[in-house]
Design a protein around this ligand. Structure first.
Ligand code: NAD
Ligand code: UFG
Length: 341
């Protein structure tokens, strides 16, 4: 079934990859993005990859009138909501900016959807809602406890969506809890270029390989893991994007509120990621050990079996593909997307 899908935050890292998959599967795409952390060039490249056109509206999701008129004007029948601020450390320093953007953005979007009679939604949540898990792998019924304003904003939106689904059973809402997105589109045309110094491991390594950074700081070698460094479940952004299409197809069957982990089920340590990236780029990645980063946990990986059973989705791309694709994107776009002007 071809759908008219509004993608909020579609000019960003994950959203642009989801636009590609949607358009390749024959869906019509409307993007709303305020370009706070996205680029119009990403959208041009989505069109280049797919050979199809999308509609772009530069607006803030907190502008309820703009969102509602986009929903009505373009006959939208489902929304995928990515637009958010996402840096954990920054959320500790600027909590009000995070609650304003993420919470008010979600409320405004939901009101606009109500006004336009659109009730199918896929929401980007995060494994951060599990806090420091009691064990691994993590399944969806684990206790939820966010430990920073970013995580709390995700958890509050999850709660809001569960309440909305209970009050208005005509809504169909998919909450997707991403583990660690990594990699880039295999074309090398779209990917992630964090502004400033990258917080996340994979972009930091890619920038070190390309000579933009001198040396990777490995945050902690005394965790109770196989080599002492932190273990995470890295998932290829193309696999992640495909998970959204599986969720969208499930929503068409009117399931109410559904929650799924999107992860591979395999954890890799920081040093294993470094070694895999070295194989992909064919050169050594200089690194040094530093003390633990405050707020980090030792280990976190998904039990992805519910998504396999209920969505018919599982990750197909391995760590070698994540590193190869990340490196291809980095080499082709060392400074990220060019200035659109
Ligand atoms: P991103 O910053 O690349 O993309 C977000 C996009 O939303 C950007 O293009 C930005 O300009 C836009 N945006 C932000 N606030 C907006 C607003 N108020 N109105 C309109 N547009 C707005 O981030 P991403 O990595 O693609 O993340 C997408 C979603 O996935 C976010 O909700 C994030 O919290 C969630 N998520 C990301 C990760 C990750 O590691 N990348 C992990 C878990 C969850
Ligand atoms: N790390 C380093 N050096 C760096 C960056 C990271 O050693 O320069 C280590 C971290 O200590 C951790 C691992 O690499 O052990 C992964 O760190 P990331 O910052 O890449 O990812 P996190 O797991 O800390 O957090 C990410 C997102 C969060 C999201 C979470 C769960 O940044 O928003 O995954 O999905 F909530």
């Amino acid at each position: 079934m071809s759908r008219n899908v509004l993608v909020t935050g579609g000019a960003g890292y994950i959203g642009s990859h989801v636009c590609v998959e949607l358009m390749q599967q024959g869906h019509q795409v409307v993007v709303i993005d305020n370009l706070d952390n996205g680029s119009p060039v990403a959208l041009q490249r989505v069109e280049q990859i797919t050979g199809k056109r999308l509609r772009f509206i530069q607006a803030d999701v907190r502008d309820q009138v703009a969102v509602q008129s986009a929903l009505v004007e373009h006959g939208v029948d489902a929304v995928i909501h990515f637009a958010a601020l996402k840096a954990v450390g920054e959320s500790v320093a600027r909590p009000l900016a995070y609650y304003d953007n993420n919470l008010n953005g979600a409320i405004s979007l939901l009101r606009a959807m109500q006004g336009a009679g659109v009730t199918d939604l896929v929401f980007s949540s995060s494994a951060t809602v599990y806090g420091d898990p009691r064990s691994n792998p993590i399944s969806e019924d684990f206790p939820l406890r966010a430990t920073n304003p970013y995580g709390r904003s995700k958890l509050m939106i999850e709660d809001m969506l569960r309440d909305l689904g209970a009050a208005e059973p005509n809504w169909n809402i998919s909450i997707l809890r991403y583990f660690n997105p990594a990699g880039a589109h295999p074309s090398g045309l779209i990917g992630e270029h964090p502004s400033g110094v990258p917080n996340n491991l994979m972009p930091y390594i890619a920038q070190t390989a390309s000579g933009l950074r001198d040396c990777l700081a490995v945050f902690g070698d005394d965790y109770p893991t196989r080599d002492g460094t932190g273990v995470r479940d890295y998932i290829h952004v193309v696999d992640l994007a495909r998970g959204h299409l599986s969720a969208l197809a499930r929503l068409a069957q009117h399931p109410g509120v559904i929650i799924h982990n999107l992860g591979t089920g395999t954890g890799y340590s920081v040093l294993e990621i470094v070694a895999a990236f070295e194989r992909a780029c064919g050169m050594p990645i200089p690194y040094r050990m530093e003390s633990r980063r405050p707020g980090d946990i030792a280990e976190c990986f998904a039990d992805p079996s519910l998504a396999r059973a209920e969505l018919g989705w599982s990750a197909q791309l391995d760590l070698a593909a994540m590193c190869a694709d990340s490196w291809r994107w980095q080499q082709a776009n060392p400074q990220g997307y060019p200035d659109p002007s």
